[in-house]
Design a protein around this ligand. Structure first.
Ligand code: ATP
Ligand code: MG
Length: 377
């Protein structure tokens, strides 16, 4: 146990270290490469645009691990947007790695992904710009020392990328408080006087916002604010093999981090990713129409089902996960609050899963089919 008030815990003791902590060695190597090759690093950035893209999508030949799975050209567009005087708005279905991509970009561009505002119906200006330490405020009056900077204030004064998660969940007037910041790059603190009253953003400051297309719509954003962002849609991974590889790699890593020696067998990961893909897109591999579930069957959910199946197998069945563990893990992921999803899933099992159960290649589908009662009870 660590001492209260002791030093910061090691990354290994954290549930989820930030990207800059987890990949500190890669970021240092890329900065060193920039220095060696004389790459142009924009003022206020930690890395060159080229190195930022390499960090985000990976460059395995040079020891940079693959992270976000997507087109290089897409990531390049995101990086260019950050260098302009517009913000970057990542929109898309739930679980398509919008938050993950924004974290990776902030870690690479600013070396810091922690300046984050979490948008919700109750997000206030204080949580975005600044608030006050009331003891100091009462004692000394409004002064820079009494000001408690929130992420946007810190991002502007330090020249860093600020992440604004789920921006469309905030009330419109709160969203619009970003207007002058994004256009004039200035934050006024009316309570202060003198030079401290106006904060001019340092170079390097930018905003990456994310918005979920299933939530309250991006359409409700004011036209004025929309104009100040470059919109990029993050799409689900299209390539089956890359999605399988990602789910395998992330579930292996999570199970290893939990200290377990199990991994989800490759053929079971394949079945999981196939089923999620079909239930997401509404089409089976042979073109048979499938009823889509109301729950987002995203890659993020597939990873979480794989990890849950692995934990269950390791703790309670003492071996590698099987179709039964997968089905148990699916409860609560695929079936949330929509009773109709149950009948959609039933029909998927009887029309698609059942047709794949023959022969050696059908072994995993057979396991799944045999265990279906657990899911459908
Ligand atoms: N293209 C992808 N590249 C890498 N990981 C992905 C990709 N798509 C999904 N994932 C998985 O999704 C996880 C991240 O999901 P994240 O929370 O960033 O999604 P999100 O789009 O922000 O979802 P939400 O809309 O619910 O906030 C990753 O850790 C990874 O497991
Ligand atoms: Mg998110």
């Amino acid at each position: 146990m660590s001492e209260p008030g002791g030093s910061a815990p090691e990354a290994g003791a954290l549930q989820r270290p930030s990207a800059e902590t987890l990949h500190a060695a890669e970021l240092a190597a890329l900065a060193e490469r920039d220095a060696r090759t004389g790459a142009l690093v924009p003022t206020g950035w930690a890395l060159s645009p080229q190195a930022v893209v390499d960090f985000v999508i990976g460059d395995p030949r040079h020891g940079i691990t693959a992270k976000f799975v997507g087109e290089r050209a897409f990531v390049e567009r995101c990086v260019v947007a950050l260098a302009t005087h517009r913000g970057l708005m990542l929109i898309g279905e739930p679980g398509t790695a919008k938050s993950y991509l924004s974290e990776l970009l902030a870690a690479a561009v600013s070396g810091d992904s922690t300046l984050t505002v979490q948008g919700s119906a109750s997000t206030t200006d204080d949580a975005i710009k600044y608030s006050w330490n009331y003891a100091l405020l009462l004692d000394r009056g409004p002064s820079l020392e009494a000001l408690v900077p929130a992420p946007v204030h810190r991002g502007m004064s330090q020249g860093k990328v600020v992440r604004f998660e789920e921006i469309t969940r905030c009330p419109i007037e709160i969203q619009d408080s970003l207007l002058s910041i994004l256009s004039d790059r200035v934050l006024t603190v009316p309570e202060l006087s003198g030079p401290d009253r106006v904060l001019h953003a340092r170079k390097g400051f930018s905003v990456i916002a994310t918005a979920n297309t299933r939530d309250r719509g991006v359409n409700e954003m004011s036209a004025a604010l929309k104009r100040r962002f470059n919109f990029e849609t993050v799409r689900p991974i299209r390539d089956h093999a890359r999605e399988v590889a990602l789910v395998q790699q992330q579930s292996d890593a999570a199970l290893a981090a939990a200290g377990l020696a199990v991994r989800v067998p490759a053929d079971l990961t394949d079945v999981l990713v196939t089923a999620f893909h079909e239930l997401r897109t509404g089409r089976a591999g042979d073109g048979t129409p499938v009823e889509q579930l109301s729950t987002a069957m995203s890659t993020a959910e597939a990873v979480s089902v794989a990890v849950t199946a692995g934990l269950r197998a390791a703790w309670f069945s003492g071996g590698a996960p099987t179709g039964t563990d997968l089905i148990e893990a699916l409860v609560g992921t695929a079936l949330k609050d929509e009773p109709e999803d149950l009948s959609r899933l039933r029909s998927y099992f009887s029309r698609v899963v059942a047709s794949r159960t023959s022969g050696r290649a059908g072994a995993r589908w057979r396991e799944l089919y045999a265990a279906r009662q657990r899911l459908l009870e």
